[in-house]
Design a protein around this ligand. Structure first.
Ligand SMILES: [Zn+2]
Length: 238
């Protein structure tokens, strides 16, 4: 069954209550997104998990800080985030594939890091690589597929809708999260359009099991609740 939720981020510990108390829908918890603001939060992850639990928030997934997954340090910060996910009883963590002058060696190293976590957490925690099209990303969407890695498919990050259909048709078993929003020209993370709704219908028809997370620019946050409700009723009709 599909679980529907919205992305809910925080940048500072003091924001936890404002962001995670009184939620009326399930969420993806997005940790502070770049290292300088993540660093002060890092030591307090278990405290933050306790808080989120105390507010009875339904957490579907975690979005990691955007830090390189290509070097050894990932083993340390990745483990901290995996333990945070365990505390919240969440299985999937989304990672951004960083930009790097890549070669086979760099990709090998990154795969080793991911294997380290697969050994450590078995199936309890799964790190998913998010789709970004830049050629310098350590894993492009095609490379995620060729290395058979768990994927978070972001419908706004892939320009060509055909490409999205191909991934949904051929790779949906390995897609654990869909970050859903529309795009137009250079704009991303706009409220869902017909294409997004067709994607959800397709996932429902194919009995896909995963999280659909709405991710909108701040100016559209007011529309998330109604959009989420309309997607959920789609799922019920079926
Ligand atoms: Zn992301």
């Amino acid at each position: 069954m599909i679980k529907f939720g919205i992305r809910q981020s925080f940048d500072r510990i003091e924001q936890a209550e404002e962001r995670y108390a009184n939620l009326s829908m399930p969420i993806e918890v997005a940790l502070p997104y770049y290292w300088d603001i993540y660093e002060p939060v890092r030591r307090h992850l278990s405290e933050i998990a306790e808080k989120i639990k105390s507010y009875n928030a339904t957490v579907l997934s975690i979005h990691a800080v955007q830090a390189p997954i290509t070097d050894e340090k990932f083993k340390i910060w990745g483990k901290e985030i995996a333990d945070f996910a365990m505390m919240l009883v969440v299985k999937t963590i989304t990672l951004h594939p960083n930009n790097i002058n890549k070669d086979k060696d760099v990709q090998e190293k990154t795969l080793k890091n991911l294997e380290y976590f697969a050994d450590l957490y078995k199936n309890e925690i799964v790190f998913c690589i998010e789709t970004f099209e830049g050629a310098r990303r350590v894993f492009t969407p095609d490379e995620i597929v060729s290395f058979n890695l768990p994927m978070t498919l972001d419908t706004a990050h892939i320009r060509n809708d055909r490409k999205i259909w191909d991934l949904l048709k051929d790779y949906r078993e390995n897609i654990l999260n869909v970050h859903l929003s529309a795009k137009e020209g250079n704009k991303q993370h706009l409220p869902i359009d017909n294409f997004c709704k067709e994607v959800v219908s397709y996932l429902i028809e194919n009995k896909w099991d995963g999280n659909v997370i709405l991710e909108y620019l701040p100016e559209f946050h007011g529309r998330m609740l109604t959009d989420l409700e309309s997607l959920k009723s789609k799922a019920k009709e079926d």
